[in-house]
Design a protein around this ligand. Structure first.
Ligand SMILES: Cc1cc2nc3c(=O)[nH]c(=O)nc-3n(C[C@H](O)[C@H](O)[C@H](O)COP(=O)(O)O)c2cc1C
Length: 372
């Protein structure tokens, strides 16, 4: 077991948090997250009024997931009785809230504090519906909203950000000045599953939140950028499913990670598996404290402008028999005609190679390297 971590002054037994969503929609489901070992559980977003569900609201296409779920379908009083049933044991409870004014946010914040929340996450930016778009993009408004929550409670406040808000230094500054101790990012990205071209209809009735593994690269970049822009702690979310994913975010400076679509796809078991694998990885690499790897990858990132342009060339390290492979990534993708077929095998014409890296990074057998 690795050492506990500190999130906003709260000790968490591990760095794995379950994100706001229907896997934490009531007392029973929150308990399942706790029983699976989550360091903290964030509730589905609580608002003053219950939000009715639309149906269908989940759209899956292979690994692509979209949802049109906005806030909890329980009203505040129901949440009170749901949370009474929860046995937190050594996990922490973070209540996700949203209100349409600063005073509503303050009211909700103090209410969930009295219900036993250890911290608050203000969910400012779901990509579903057109609600509060001005607040979500306007730093003066968000400052007032966050400040209202911070002043209403004695527990720490974290703000959940969309991709757009997370990469806006002015927005982050407003949140920090308002007293938030951490940010979580990213929320789902606005998306549409597709268009049925025969019926000429969109495959969803409205825009949805696009989540899951395909948004991880965006979330990784956001975490690294946030680390540059703000001193606040970062709780990374977006496409995290495995211990390796969690470590990637931690190595880019995240304090903790949140699981969302992974639970929707694989069930609550994914939480305990990730925690177990994370402990194993750290122990196997001789670490007893996640702090020892936090931010470790940041020095390897540099501004594009600082990268010295140098030509490199691809080389092949093993035979690749064209007849036995159905992979043509290198041949089809080389715009410089540097991949040639000779005697049924692939060869590289080093003089023609521009060192773009497509073949070496895309080769499923890993037999193309990029040298000097
Ligand atoms: C079905 C579903 C419901 C969600 N509900 C909420 C919510 O109530 N509040 C919120 O802040 N985020 C909500 N989210 C967003 C997630 O917490 C998370 O930010 C997002 O899914 C990105 O993480 P992922 O790629 O790991 O799923 C929801 C996501 C999904 C898939």
């Amino acid at each position: 077991m690795t050492k506990p971590i500190d999130l906003m002054g709260i000790p968490l037994k591990n760095a794995v948090i379950t994100a706001a969503g229907p896997w934490a929609r009531d007392g029973k489901s929150i308990q399942r997250c706790i029983d699976a070992g989550a360091g903290a559980v964030i509730t589905e977003t609580i608002t003053l009024e219950a939000k009715q569900r639309v149906s269908p609201r989940l759209f899956v296409d292979g690994y692509r997931m979209f949802n049109t779920m906005l806030y909890s379908d329980l009203h505040l009083e129901q949440w009170e009785s749901e949370l009474e049933q929860v046995k937190k044991r050594d996990s922490k409870l973070i209540c996700s809230i949203w209100g349409s004014s600063a005073s509503e946010i303050a009211y909700l914040a103090s209410k969930v504090e009295r219900m036993g929340a250890d911290a608050i996450e203000i969910s400012i930016s779901a990509p579903i519906g057109s609600r509060n778009e001005s607040v979500c993009n306007h730093s003066a408004d968000i400052h007032a909203f966050v400040k209202a929550a911070v002043e209403a409670v004695s527990i720490p406040v974290m703000v959940k950000l969309s991709y757009e808000a997370a990469v806006s230094p002015a927005f982050l500054h407003a949140i920090e000045r308002a007293g938030a101790k951490a940010v979580s990012a990213i929320d789902a990205i606005k998306g549409l599953r597709g268009v049925d071209i025969e019926s000429r209809k969109a495959e969803m009735m409205t825009y949805g939140g696009y989540t899951g593994r395909n948004i991880r690269p965006i979330s990784l970049a956001t975490t690294a950028q946030l680390r540059q822009y703000t001193q606040m702690q970062i709780c990374s979310v977006g496409g995290i499913k495995t211990a390796e994913h969690a470590l990637e975010f931690i190595m880019l400076g995240a304090t903790a990670v949140q699981l969302a679509s992974a639970i929707q796809e694989d069930g609550y078991g994914v939480i305990s598996k990730l925690i177990h694998d994370l402990d194993d990885w750290l122990a196997g690499h001789g670490y007893s404290d996640i702090e020892q790897v936090r931010g470790a990858a940041l020095p390897s990132l540099m501004p594009f402008e600082d990268i010295k342009p140098q030509r490199r060339r691809a080389a092949i390290t093993d035979h690749c028999d064209i007849a036995t492979t159905d992979c043509n990534i290198c041949i089809n993708g080389c715009l410089y005609d540097a991949i040639v077929r000779r005697d049924g095998c692939i060869e590289i014409d080093a003089a023609a190679c521009e060192g773009c890296g497509l073949c070496s990074s895309g080769c499923p057998r890993g037999i193309i390297t990029l040298g000097w």
